[in-house]
Design a protein around this ligand. Sequence first.
Ligand code: 13P
Length: 248
Amino acid sequence: MRRPIIAGNWKMNKNIAETKALVSELIPLVKDAEAEVVICTPYTDLYTAVELTKGTNISVGAENVHWAESGAFTGEISASMLTEIGVKYVIIGHSERRQYFGETDETVNKRVIAALNAGLKVIVCVGETLEEKEAGKTEDVVTTQTIAAFKDVSSDKIDDIVVAYEPVWAIGTGRTATADDANATIKVIRDTLAKVFCPACSEKIRIQYGGSMNPKNAHDLMAQPEIDGGLIGGASLKAVDFSMVVKY
Ligand code: 13P
């Protein structure tokens, strides 16, 4: 009942020429996909990606957004600037933003509210570090992050919400969570969403797995009942690899 959603997170990769090449190669490869397909690109590639994907089944997302509508926030981009050019999704609270750019649960929440109010769909990332995993804190961490991210978010926004469970130790490391472990943690996130919104709401919200997901492990991960999609880093930078994950 939940339509799978496979999203690429290009991170800080690809210039405009590379974007044109990758998107042109990707369009025919995924045109029959059953899953929803999203590519999240650097700001400088968004316009090109949106123009190239018009009339296709690929949506475009940004990798961050500021919570203010406008103002003296040097270097930031607002939600309406994204919607104006046809961006549909935005990743919020990626662990790299939490780790390197001072993102907190509070700023994640402010971005989520601003993005949803502007009509963007959000992909909200949660996940534990290796240290937290080894201390047995995985459930606590994802629960706390999930509750904080959706504080004061109305349940009439649930159709616009995707959550990505990305264990930090699995990102870019080639180390994937086992399908069983990912499924179990995503169940914890879903149970938390049931309390934050409502049980029926949580059954509608799609929850992705992310962290070294690739053409080899996508099928097993996607076969899990709680896993509704993937947020793909490295493997989204090559059209063939990404299309194989899309078609898991
Ligand atoms: P990798 O797929 O490169 O591990 O990255 C995952 C990720 O961070 C997606 O947001």
